[in-house]
Write a protein that binds this ligand. Structure first.
Ligand code: LLP
Length: 424
């Protein structure tokens, strides 16, 4: 359920017409709905009521501090994977104890920062990383609470580019080697191995792979406890899918029931890291039609958003619903068009053969389900400034990230002295 609906023939975010946002903030602009973010968070958190679970929102999905703060006010923790994400989560008011620091390539500086901040858990993805955390923690006289991320070699049955839990993926430590690594962790100074972590992929639309992975992780907890390791936490990662088109992913309630079924007997504290589920359908990308172009084989609607603003279609062949901001009248004529951006790449296409009303220059379109892995993955390719982000709450709107200033973007390049100042 989301709060992007037509009211009196105009698409609204909650009570705010998207046309008003286009006037206030320009286009392209990401628009997020507070009520939708909160609804998704609450649905997920409520599904885990009665299980000892901390919901650590995966900040990578949408790391705007206003979004993180909205969720933090609901009690969310954060799953972060870089210094920048850690700083954003702290600034947005997430208590350090509720922050999990994941990621396969944490730098020394990032580990030191995580220790200094006192994060609740650092997920370790390799033996050299474990050794480094031990060295840095013991040098500070601290104990690092860690979980080892194990790779259960389970096929998440999702897009190949977002599956993470197979043995050929770079993530985690092979399940079979885990007992040896925990024994090493127990012997190292500055390390307290509090848990086991897994994450098998993203946009999963079936429970089966989760069930397989959770069962393997639960088995590992028992093995480790049997070997004398006081494992008290199980981090099950994120990955529950959302409907983009006609997918019917499992409900949070069914997912939570599966977690209880597979891990309930352990009496562990659970950590869950949903990202897309919370933010995905809480955002749209608002864009304006620049041209309608009749090609020889196809018609193209050229919009002002490009693949640099929303990479998912180009990168993963992702399908995003595209809808007009003005609701078409019943029975109004339609056409099949390709909706394309201005970037000089053939893959800069948001949708093939979409049935849309007859569009004209300056019409507004909304690219749906763009709240997760949208703005965060944007780039300035083709020297296109990063777009604005707007958060709506009821009838109020706030620009939560200003459109990047062109002059600032250009000023980041420096001309070396040997080129003289002819270019100035
Ligand atoms: N935890 C870990 C360790 C992760 O690597 C991820 C996502 C999550 C949690 C959150 O997963 P979610 O609940 O959002 O599925 N850019 C891709 C998705 C990449 C996901 C990376 N890891 C996309 O646009 O589909």
């Amino acid at each position: 359920m989301d709060h992007f609906t037509y009211i009196d023939g105009q698409l609204h975010a909650e009570s705010v017409p998207l046309s008003r946002i286009a006037e206030a903030a320009g286009t392209p602009t990401y628009v997020y709905s507070t009520a939708t973010l909160v609804h998704h968070y609450r649905t997920f958190a409520d599904a885990f009521a009665g299980q000892n679970a901390t919901i650590c929102y995966a900040v990578k999905a949408n790391s705007n501090q206003a979004v993180i703060a909205t969720l933090a006010r609901q009690g969310a923790g954060a799953d972060v994977l870089s210094e920048g994400e850690l700083r954003r989560a702290l600034k947005a008011g997430v208590p350090a104890a509720k922050i999990v620091f994941s990621g396969i390539g944490k730098s020394r500086r990032e580990i030191a920062l995580a220790l200094e901040a006192g994060v609740g858990q650092i997920n370790v993805e390799s033996e050299p990383e474990l050794e480094l955390i031990s060295a840095l923690a013991s040098a500070r006289g601290a104990m690092a609470p860690i979980a080892i991320r194990v790779n259960p070699d389970v096929d998440a049955k999702t897009h190949e580019k977002i599956t993470t839990g197979r043995k050929e993926n770079k993530f985690g430590i092979a399940l079979a080697r885990a007992p040896e690594i925990y024994a090493r962790a127990a012997a190292l100074p500055g390390i307290e191995a509090v848990g086991v972590a897994i994450h098998i992929g993203s946009q999963l639309t079936e429970l089966g792979p989760f069930g397989d992975a959770f069962t393997l992780a639960a088995g590992l907890v028992e093995t480790l406890r049997g070997a004398g390791h006081p494992i008290r936490r199980l981090d099950l990662g994120g990955g529950l899918g959302i409907p983009y088109r006609d997918e019917t992913p499992p409900s949070p309630a069914d997912y939570a029931a599966l977690v209880r079924e597979t891990t309930g007997h352990l009496g562990v504290e659970l950590v869950l890291e949903p990202g897309r589920l919370i933010a995905g359908n809480a955002g749209i990308l608002l864009t304006r039609v620049l041209y309608v172009k009749q090609g020889t084989a196809k018609s193209f609607v050229v919009v002002d958003a490009g693949m640099n603003d929303l990479m998912r279609p180009a990168l993963y062949d992702a399908w995003h619903r595209i809808v007009p901001v003005v609701e078409p009248a019943m029975g109004a004529p339609t056409a099949a068009v390709d909706v394309v951006g201005p970037v000089c790449e053939t893959t800069d296409i948001f949708g093939h053969d979409r049935i849309l009303p007859m569009l004209e220059c300056d019409d507004l379109l909304a690219i749906r389900s763009a709240g997760a892995y949208g703005a965060v993955m944007a780039s300035t390719y083709n020297t296109r400034p990063l777009v604005a982000e707007v958060l709506v709450k009821d009838d109020a709107l706030a620009v939560i990230r200003a459109r990047q200033d062109m002059a600032e973007l250009l000023a980041m390049d420096r001309i070396p002295a040997w080129l003289g100042d002819e270019s100035q």
